[in-house]
Design a protein around this ligand. Structure first.
Ligand SMILES: Cc1cc2nc3c(=O)[nH]c(=O)nc-3n(C[C@H](O)[C@H](O)[C@H](O)COP(=O)(O)OP(=O)(O)OC[C@H]3O[C@@H](n4cnc5c(N)ncnc54)[C@H](O)[C@@H]3O)c2cc1C
Length: 494
């Protein structure tokens, strides 16, 4: 086993000085992500800091670094835009190197004729989007972290954006990619329109959360953009069930609005304070070529007419359009939230996103809300409990539970006292009813205690992938794959 000093010495032999960061503040920042934002801001993190953050410039340098870590049993945490929400960037090992994609930030090719673009892992989504808009195209990908998240992280977490109902999640956009395994092997999956050469191996990299390989490059689809045709629809409705029924009607009839959402009244109150009137909110956006937008708009109107008993009134479409303009989080917004927590804000907001079929989603929603109100010992300290469905499919939809609370305990106890019991109820109810406990944030370190239950007999397949590609277990220890001792120590604080 190498000492920390020996590791840094070896890194200096491999990389230039500007590629190695051992600044104590940056290492503290790198030891946890937004999951532990409050404890982090209050400087009471109980996890080890990494030995160094390194910034490779190419797949070859990533390969050298991974080989070195593999031979010397050093844990590796791949890093992109740092917007992870489930502990994917949290460090649970004494000897860890964070491999950050900062210098792999080149847009390599924009190819409108073949509707694809190739970027390095460290390209921020917003940067590619800005380039594409100049030529009338879009990535179609718009998570709220769009200004900050980078392509490696977007793939590794199976991210999804606000316009997913039309464009799909990241998995629908990836054409080909390049990734590096712990033994240093560089794999390139070529760019073709479709293939049937065995299982779809793109999915070994997509969603791996840094536990199997390091993604260095990706080719994604790009789409013609028609903002002049955008149409927005908003409604006040009686209940979540009505909203889900309307969403289903539009989807099963074969239409694909880019946005299709239903908000509970509590969640609507924090998003649509300008018109919610203490009611639930249903909204749609239709985009694309004019004829498609018109047909989609007509389908939305027919669906709302069919369920008119649950619909209170339609609202001005400008209210919905305005709301979209201010939805994303910049780095400044993220920093401001963090700064606020350092001294003032003993108040936290969290989310847990799950998915299930049309029939099951309203049942999960109602069961969760009832159980949290009745079983969560600090329910009286909740300042908000509700949720919304924001990504719909032919056969079902997601539910994004949102819960805010005042923190009346030591900062280091907050997650265990408040967040964990609520998340546990959501996960338990979802798994009991046959849904998936993660719709798009990944498992990270804070849902991995339920990873085996999530996958059932298919967890065998994930374990075999880990054994084959990362036999020494150096990739992002504790993420996706449960580690009982570490869970006791860092989640249950035992
Ligand atoms: C304000 C806010 C809004 C958000 N909104 C959304 C949303 O609408 N939709 C959504 O899906 N998510 C959302 N997220 C979650 C987050 O933005 C996504 O998971 C995003 O994909 C993470 O990208 P990143 O570059 O920041 O990755 P990071 O946070 O740096 O890393 C995330 C995970 O991916 C791994 N990883 C990073 N880079 C690589 C790589 N090159 N190779 C292998 N593994 C890698 C890391 O080890 C980690 O486990 C939001 C987060 C915030 C803070």
């Amino acid at each position: 086993m190498l000492s920390k000093d020996q590791i840094i010495q070896k890194l200096m032999e491999m990389l230039g000085q500007e590629q190695i960061n051992t600044n104590p503040d940056d290492l503290y920042d790198a030891s946890a992500d937004r999951y532990k934002k409050y404890a982090k801001a209050r400087k009471v993190l109980d996890v080890p800091t990494p030995v160094a953050i390194v910034y490779p410039k190419s797949a070859e340098e990533v390969s050298e670094l991974l080989k070195f870590c593999n031979e010397n049993l050093i844990n590796v945490i791949p890093r992109g835009g740092k917007t992870a929400t489930e502990g994917g960037l949290e460090n649970w090992k004494d000897l860890t190197i964070v491999i950050d994609a900062l210098y792999m930030d080149k847009i390599l090719k924009i190819d409108p004729y073949n509707s694809q673009a190739t970027v390095q892992a460290g390209v921020a989504l917003q940067d590619l989007e800005d380039e594409l808009r100049k030529i009338g195209y879009t990535t179609g990908h718009s998570p709220q972290s769009k200004p900050v998240a980078k392509y490696g992280g977007l793939l590794a977490t199976r991210s999804i954006g606000q316009f997913s109902t039309l464009y799909g999640g990241i998995e629908d956009m990836v054409v080909g990619l390049e990734c590096v395994f712990p033994d240093g092997h560089i794999s390139r999956i070529k760019n073709v329109s479709r293939r049937a050469g065995g299982p779809d191996i793109r999915h070994i990299a997509i969603g791996n959360e840094g536990t199997l390989c390091y993604i260095t490059e990706v080719t994604i689809k790009i789409f013609k953009f028609y903002p002049e045709n955008n149409k927005f629809y908003g409604y006040l409705i009686n209940d979540v069930e009505t909203g889900i029924k309307v969403l289903r009607e539009v989807m099963v009839n074969g239409f694909r609005p880019s946005v299709a959402r239903t908000y509970s009244e509590e969640d609507a109150a924090q998003h649509f304070y300008h018109f919610h009137d203490n009611k639930c909110v249903l909204l749609f956006m239709a985009e694309g070529p004019k004829g498609i937008v018109e047909a989609t708009g007509k389908a939305i109107e027919e669906a709302t007419e069919k369920f008119k008993d649950g619909i209170i009134k339609q609202v001005d479409s400008q209210l919905i359009s305005d709301w979209f303009d201010n939805l994303n989080w910049s780095q400044q917004d993220i920093d401001d939230e963090y700064e606020g927590m350092i001294e003032n804000d003993a108040h936290a907001g969290y989310t847990t996103e799950i998915s299930a079929d049309w029939e099951t989603i309203p049942k999960i929603y109602n069961n969760v809300i009832e159980r949290v109100r009745n079983e969560f010992p600090r329910a009286h300290e909740l300042t908000m409990l509700g949720g919304h469905s924001s990504h719909s499919y032919l056969n079902g939809t997601n539910m994004y539970f949102v819960y805010n609370y005042e923190i009346n305990c030591a900062p280091e106890d907050e997650l265990l006292i408040y967040h964990h019991p609520i998340q546990k109820i959501i996960v338990e109810e979802t798994l009991r009813m046959g849904g998936s406990m993660c719709h798009h944030h990944g498992i990270g370190k804070y849902r991995n205690e339920w990873a085996e239950q999530e996958h059932g007999s298919a967890f065998y397949m994930l374990e075999k992938l880990k054994e084959s590609f990362d036999p020494k277990g150096i990739m992002n220890y504790g993420t996706i794959f449960p580690q009982k001792e570490a869970i006791q120590k860092y989640i249950y604080r035992g």
